[in-house]
Write a protein that binds this ligand. Structure first.
Ligand code: 5GP
Length: 213
């Protein structure tokens, strides 16, 4: 089927999906669902100096490294972007992005706003998606219900959220996560439409298929 042929001959660079959100917006749940349902999208596993949480696996959730090693990687220019988030260092490896791209995958980057803004300079064609909670009241309610943080930490997370939300303007798409099923559908629509973009089709393939010059 011609449509299939065009689809399977997207120009060879995969799409980078960069997703950011204030904490408590539901980004992790949405990203997990997206990865589970779309085996052709792989997570860019970040490097971090933070301690692993219970259940987290090295090289699957993050690659956990020392601060000294992280600084060495910065010095060697190994990160496409890096940032300090809640006192810990996080970074995206250029090598990992290249490997995933070469293997034909689209790549999901779950990173903070500072990292995303750095990436914009390097990867202008990436798709930048911002997840928002429906309101600051709902965000607070979610953080309280999670029961993972003390009152002080919740207050800090809310403050952080308020300083991150204005960055929405620098993203291509906004998803308001009021209901998870709807937010997920919207996220999937963004993925589908970005894949249908003219820039994702190999012009030589079109010429060959339709016998045009
Ligand atoms: P957590 O420690 O809760 O997994 O993540 C904290 C924050 O760090 C999240 O907002 C997450 O998106 C962000 N983050 C994770 N990996 C990276 C990365 O490689 N670069 C940047 N800039 N932020 C990251």
């Amino acid at each position: 089927m011609a449509g299939t042929e065009i689809r399977s001959n997207r120009n060879n660079s995969g799409v980078l999906y960069v997703i950011s959100a204030p904490s408590g917006a539901g980004k992790t749940t949405l990203c997990r669902q997206l990865l589970k349902k779309n085996p052709d999208i792989k997570l860019s596993v970040s490097y971090t100096t933070r301690q692993p949480r219970r259940g987290e696996r090295n090289h699957v959730d993050y690659t956990f490294i020392s601060k000294a090693r992280f600084v060495k990687m910065i010095d060697k220019g190994e990160f496409a972007e890096w940032a300090t988030v809640h006192g810990n260092l996080y970074g995206t490896s250029i090598k990992r992005l290249k490997e995933l791209n070469r293997a034909g995958y689209d790549i999901l980057l779950d990173i903070d706003t500072h990292g995303a803004m750095q990436l914009k300079k390097r990867y202008a064609n990436a798709v930048y998606i911002f997840i928002l909670p429906p309101s600051v009241e709902v965000l607070e309610e979610r953080l309280v219900k999670r029961k993972t943080d003390s009152k002080d930490v919740i207050a800090k997370r809310l403050d952080n959220a308020k300083s991150e939300i204005p960055y929405y303007k620098d993203y291509d798409y906004i998803v308001v996560n009021d209901r998870l099923d709807r937010a997920y559908k919207e996220l999937e629509c963004i993925i589908i439409s970005s894949r249908l973009s003219t820039s994702k089709v190999d012009p030589n393939r079109i010429k060959k298929l339709y016998k045009i010059k």
